[in-house]
Write a protein of this length. Structure first.
Length: 103
């Protein structure tokens, strides 16, 4: 019986540490948020890639807690605004930080 109590205590402690390790903080995403952000990043990249007016290889996309950050280079201000607009239209995007620069 004593072994069962020790095993239960160790198992409970391990379970608690695992749950706390997956919890989000202001500077770190939780597991679910990481997956959600990866999906958002993929959808934004696809939207930019499928747009014939933008060179997708020169635009970088990163997502953290629903905020999409665009960086890279485009030729015109219209392209910069268009890329940001495409990102905002993706479901799940909370906000867009536009750090795209003109060549």
């Amino acid at each position: 019986m004593k072994h069962i109590n020790i095993f239960a205590a160790v198992f409970s402690a391990a379970l608690l540490l695992t749950a706390v390790g997956c919890a989000p903080t202001p500077t770190r995403e939780g597991t679910g948020e990481y997956v959600d952000d990866a999906v958002i990043t993929t959808k934004v990249k696809a939207a930019i890639f499928n747009d014939a007016t933008l060179k997708s290889t020169e635009i970088n996309v990163e997502t953290f807690k629903g905020t999409v950050q665009l960086s890279g280079f485009v030729k015109t201000e219209a392209e910069r605004l268009h890329a940001a607009r495409l990102a905002r239209e993706v479901k799940g995007v909370q906000s867009v930080k536009d750090d795209i620069r003109l060549k």
